[in-house]
Design a protein around this ligand. Structure first.
Ligand SMILES: NC(=O)c1ccc[n+]([C@@H]2O[C@H](COP(=O)([O-])OP(=O)(O)OC[C@H]3O[C@@H](n4cnc5c(N)ncnc54)[C@H](O)[C@@H]3O)[C@@H](O)[C@H]2O)c1
Length: 361
């Protein structure tokens, strides 16, 4: 597709081989409304599912035509036909399950956050490397249309040097969909803005310093922060603002991004957030500096949920068969987790924090 002379596409390409046996661990919300619909559309082969709540596993198997429900993690890991373990459980449980999958020689796709404890994420990445298995993280926003096409425009030089980048989200979030998240001390950045921070890293690389301000909404039922301002400083002139409020009760909710470069500007909306989890397709418009006042609109189709969930799994499969690392590998994800950790340290200590300050242990 052509956008003002630039080549763009939000279609997710599949690797040559996609018939790996997939075993799903965790049959909750996101698996049912995102992973499995996306995998079915892509033609991926889910062989079995497991949940510590057997009723959830039975229901998921029935709703998504999965032929086998297993009674334990051990049973799933013992199945030689399963080469990829797809984990979508609470983050504090993910570490043990992922360690077992690595020990069983399975490749794995973990949910974000890879861990709520940076040292444990490092340990998992090291364990996967030592075992020679691939570990990818489900940071699927990188395949969401707006982010994907932004990346293509940046790579083709359409924006020149970006100096001012912003993600501004002011919505009302149904935290009741995840009661355990609503009770978390660390809420917004750990579970939501982590997507933006990962996407910003995908577009612009690692920041050098992070400054963050966290707040609550008067009377909010959630335990952790629900309003955050994260400022990312880069070595050159680039500064990034991620500004999020989950308690906008009004009817003027918005979720938008904007990258202002020396040669062009991209502006767009994050469609999912206009009615989570149904949402709508993103919008993206591009204005080259040479054509002031003219916005070129991209024709987009790939939604953050469920379509983009094909991306991390396809990338994991590609890395298994062709070598290299998945785009959202565990090792890469450590950069996102360092950014998250720096944001929390900054908000707590009232100072900007260098990414280098975040280390395992
Ligand atoms: N990538 C995204 O956009 C996205 C969106 C939502 C949630 N998530 C992540 O996905 C994960 C799951 O979220 P959810 O909304 O589906 O939660 P959920 O509470 O709806 O479902 C979790 C399921 O995992 C099961 N479970 C928990 N621990 C288990 C264990 N040790 N073994 C087997 N089963 C176990 C529970 O019984 C439950 O059925 C979380 O880490 C969350 O951060 C990611």
């Amino acid at each position: 597709m052509n956008l003002a002379g630039y080549d763009i596409s939000d279609r997710i390409d599949l690797p040559p081989k996609i018939d790996y046996g997939i075993g799903v661990v965790g049959c909750g919300g996101i698996v049912n409304y995102a992973h499995l619909p996306a995998y079915r559309a892509a033609g991926f082969r889910v062989l079995a599912c497991y949940d510590r709540n057997p009723a959830a596993a039975e229901r998921t198997a029935r709703d998504h035509d999965i032929s086998r429900v297993v009674a334990s993690l051990d049973e799933l890991l013992a199945d030689e036909a399963i080469q990829i373990v797809d984990i979508a459980i609470s983050p504090w449980d993910q570490f043990t399950v992922a360690q077992c999958a690595v020990a069983a020689g399975k490749h794995l796709l973990c949910q974000k956050p890879l861990s709520d404890d940076y040292a444990k994420a490092v340990a998992l990445v090291d364990a996967a490397r030592a075992a020679g298995v691939k570990l990818a993280v489900n940071q699927q926003m990188r395949w969401d249309a707006g982010i994907r096409v932004s990346k293509q425009l940046l790579e083709q030089g359409a924006l020149g040097e970006v100096a001012d980048a912003r993600i501004e989200v002011s919505i009302r979030t149904p935290w009741h969909m995840w009661p355990w998240m609503a009770e978390s001390d660390r809420l917004e950045v750990m579970y939501h803005s982590i997507h933006y921070l990962d996407s910003v890293r995908a577009l612009f690389g690692d920041p050098s310093r992070v400054a963050a301000f966290h707040a609550r909404w008067p009377g909010q039922p959630e335990t952790g922060e629900t309003r955050t301002l994260t400022l990312l400083e880069y070595p050159g002139d680039l500064r990034v603002v991620v500004d999020v409020n989950h308690h906008n009760w009004s009817d003027d909710a918005y979720a938008r991004f904007r990258w202002l470069g020396t040669d062009g500007i991209v502006r767009g909306t994050i469609g999912l957030l206009y009615d989570y989890p149904t949402g709508r397709v993103d919008t993206l418009e591009f204005q080259p500096k040479a054509e002031p006042l003219r916005w070129h609109a991209a024709d987009l189709a790939t939604r953050w949920i469920p379509d983009a969930f094909v991306g991390p799994m396809a990338s994991l499969m590609r890395s298994i068969q062709m070598g290299g690392e998945p785009l959202t590998s565990g090792a890469d994800n450590l950069g996102t987790l360092r950014t998250v950790a720096a944001a929390y340290r900054s908000a707590t200590e009232g100072r900007s924090v260098a990414l280098d300050e975040i280390a395992a242990g």
